[in-house]
Design a protein. Structure first.
Length: 154
């Protein structure tokens, strides 16, 4: 069974937009925070760092200010230098059903110089004790357009 780590977050005023809904940027900070808390709880040691390379978010509905979110994180898959972590957020006390927010982040393990480093052997033992699983493939991002199309017709 894969390791899961849970933590409760209460959305604050400064994490909300003009309509009082949690912003994606604020939720990404929750993802970074719970990943750090999970690594500390697992007693993952070393002088290297994790850098988020890509995060994919999916909001099923807006999350209003002062909502208590029960956030769960777990390992999805690993390569020699990357780890993919999944996240699911539900309203605290309502653990059944589909998550309100789901996300995946691809983390790259780097040394003090910022160069990719090999993951410690303990990673699979901690997060995927039943054996490694493949990472979710991400579709490539579309190229940024050279100019914004004019959608207003005169």
């Amino acid at each position: 069974m894969r390791r899961q780590f849970r933590h409760i977050y209460t959305t604050r005023y400064d994490e909300s937009d003009y309509a009082g809904s949690l912003t994606p940027a604020a939720f990404v900070r929750y993802l970074q925070d719970i990943a750090m808390l999970d690594a500390e709880d697992a007693r993952l040691e070393g002088d290297n760092y994790w850098v988020a390379r890509r995060t994919v978010l999916s909001f099923a509905a807006p999350v209003q200010m002062h909502t208590r979110l029960d956030l769960t994180t777990y390992g999805i898959g690993f390569t020699r230098i990357t780890a993919q972590r999944g996240y699911e957020a539900r309203i605290a006390g309502e653990e059944s059903g589909e998550p309100l927010i789901s996300a995946r982040t691809l983390w790259v393990y780097v040394d003090a110089r910022g160069r990719p480093a090999r993951l410690p052997e303990r990673i699979n033992q901690i997060w995927l004790p039943d054996g490694p699983t493949p990472q979710h493939a991400e579709a490539p991002w579309s190229p940024f357009p050279q100019s914004v199309p004019d959608v207003v017709t005169y």
